[in-house]
Design a protein around this ligand. Structure first.
Ligand code: AMP
Ligand code: ZN
Length: 110
């Protein structure tokens, strides 16, 4: 989707700080971090939110968690929080499914 910022990052049309990549997933640093370590785990295939995930994408949904695991292991992070905003009222602002990976000193309000 040419209008989607994450699709444009995946297509390398705009730059991002990539910390991990597989065939299906890219993990980048969040441009406006809400924690000392704030990454975004992004499937390369465009869906707007988890509400848009199809049953046949169950493996992809699982791969998002495995990518979070691999980033944690790679960076030796023992404690982290995964957040998935879904819909405008939850705070979702980029309508391409993603996990927030937050670590470091965390507050309870994200
Ligand atoms: P959400 O509000 O849950 O949809 O999360 C979207 C996240 O994407 C926010 O935390 C933004 O700071 C982040 N973001 C938006 N544009 C970029 C970008 N170009 N590079 C990295 N992160 C971005
Ligand atoms: Zn997209």
């Amino acid at each position: 989707m040419s209008s989607c910022v994450f699709c444009r990052i995946i297509a390398q049309e705009i730059p991002a700080n990539v910390v991990h990549e597989t065939d299906d997933i890219i993990v980048i640093k969040d441009i406006a971090p809400k924690a000392p370590l704030h990454y975004l785990v992004i499937p390369k295939a465009h869906t707007t939110s988890i509400l848009d995930l199809a049953d046949h994408e169950a493996a992809l949904a699982g791969k998002m968690f495995l990518a979070a695991r691999d980033v944690a292991k790679k960076k030796n992070i023992q404690s982290f929080r995964l957040v998935v905003n879904t819909g405008t009222e939850s705070g979702q602002s980029v309508f391409h499914t993603h996990l927030h990976f937050l670590a470091g000193k965390l507050t309870q309000d994200f």
